[in-house]
Write a protein that binds this ligand. Structure first.
Ligand code: PLP
Length: 378
């Protein structure tokens, strides 16, 4: 049987062989505690700090502004809880968009139960945050919290985070962005955009699952979620997962190269090729999300008269792995909140698939994927 075609890279990506190679010495030989005072421990600590520098350099941060975490969900929770903990009692207002990931919705819902006022900012039909709605809400949320994602996990739509951050900072808010689906796909620089916190997850860009990072701007409040031995400058205690942090650092370097050497442009042209071929062969097909402001690796497509629930098993059997909307929605026959927020009918939302590529996707795979998709979904 031929190897299945993997078009679900927004769910997770395969660990890059170079990342694995970089990690192995820290599982096999250099396994010492990075807090140990002898030379073997110091060498491990040095590798951890090099990984931090690599991640920091990639996003334009200083190394001490990068905290390693266990996943993107933890990074989002840590940021949101830190902001909430720092908020004066008289301005407990939190603004999020209607298309956030559950790793932002759930912690803000928990805060709503504790008396915080949480408002959701609407998006336009193209999936971008409605800046005039944000402006109106900011008028009553001055000094509060704003958490808006950089790129959406379902549609790949990239938000105007520079403008959003400027507006929110002008209103005296603390600003977090979930950049988990943006890093490694579009330029993300905290030296150019005034966010206070930014979340990263390794498994979305060829590092393993189980490692993430939170950028915390120097001077922005941070309330440790885990207290103990004082690792990560007291901000996230627990003996550091050195091998995985090293993997994250290596993946950060690889993705910088992928942006510079044309690899990401190649991915984008494969995605464009996929969309044009499907649009040419399937009457009534709808391509969802803003045309220009999207990560280059995602096609979000509605297939008229079909449902994802019926297409997905057939595609899987034919050797194409992809998902309906987002991985968390797969298996549920409810339209995704993202597509509902974009104003899609239930029918359109339930007929859509997310096809997400990575730097490993080949032209031959895209040609085969088009054949499979047109025969099953056309
Ligand atoms: N935020 C976004 C936008 C995501 O796409 C994901 C993963 O799907 C997460 C948060 C959660 O990240 P992790 O799986 O590392 O916890």
């Amino acid at each position: 049987m031929t190897t299945p075609i993997y078009l679900d890279s927004n769910a997770t990506t395969q660990v890059h062989p170079q990342v694995l190679e970089a990690m192995l010495p820290f599982l096999r030989d250099a396994w010492h505690n990075p807090s140990a005072g002898y030379s073997a421990g110091r060498a491990v600590k040095a590798a951890l700090e090099t990984a931090r520098e690599r991640v920091a350099e990639w996003i334009g941060a200083s190394p001490h502004e990068v905290i390693f975490t266990g996943c993107g969900t933890e990074s989002n929770n840590l940021a949101i809880q830190s902001m909430a903990g720092a908020l004066p009692v008289d301005s407990p207002h939190i603004l999020v968009s209607t298309i956030e990931h559950s790793a932002v919705f759930r912690p803000t819902e928990a805060l709503a139960e504790r008396g915080f006022q949480v408002s959701r900012i609407s998006v336009l039909e193209n999936g971008r945050v409605d800046l005039s709605a944000l402006e109106r809400q900011l008028a009553s949320a001055a000094g509060g919290i704003v958490s808006i994602m950089w790129a959406n996990n379902e549609t790949g739509v990239v938000q105007p985070i520079p403008e959003i951050a400027e507006m929110a900072k002008a209103a005296g808010c603390l600003v977090h962005t979930d950049a988990i689906q943006a890093v490694g796909k579009v330029p993300v620089r905290v030296d150019e955009v005034p966010v206070d916190y930014l979340s990263i997850s390794g498994h979305k860009f060829h590092a393993p699952k189980g490692v993430g990072a939170l950028y915390v701007r120097q001077g922005s409040p941070l309330e440790p979620a885990i207290r103990g031995g004082g690792q990560e400058s007291g901000r996230r205690s627990g003996t550091e997962n050195v091998a995985y942090a090293v993997g994250l650092g290596e993946a950060a370097v690889l993705m910088q190269h992928a942006a510079a050497d044309g690899t990401l442009d190649r991915v984008k042209s494969l995605r464009d090729q996929l969309e044009s071929a499907l649009a040419a062969q399937i009457p009534g097909l709808q391509l969802n999300g803003a045309r220009e402001n999207r990560t280059g690796n995602v096609a979000h497509v509605s297939f008229p008269g079909k449902t994802a629930a019926e297409m997905l098993p057939a595609l899987d059997a034919a050797g194409l792995q992809c998902s309906a909307g987002s991985a968390c929605m797969t298996g549920k026959s409810q339209p995704s909140h993202v597509q509902k927020a974009m104003g899609f009918s239930d029918e359109r939302a339930l007929s859509s698939l997310r096809l997400s590529l990575s730097i490993f996707t080949t032209e031959e795979e895209i040609e085969r994927a088009v054949e499979i998709l047109t025969s099953i979904c056309g």
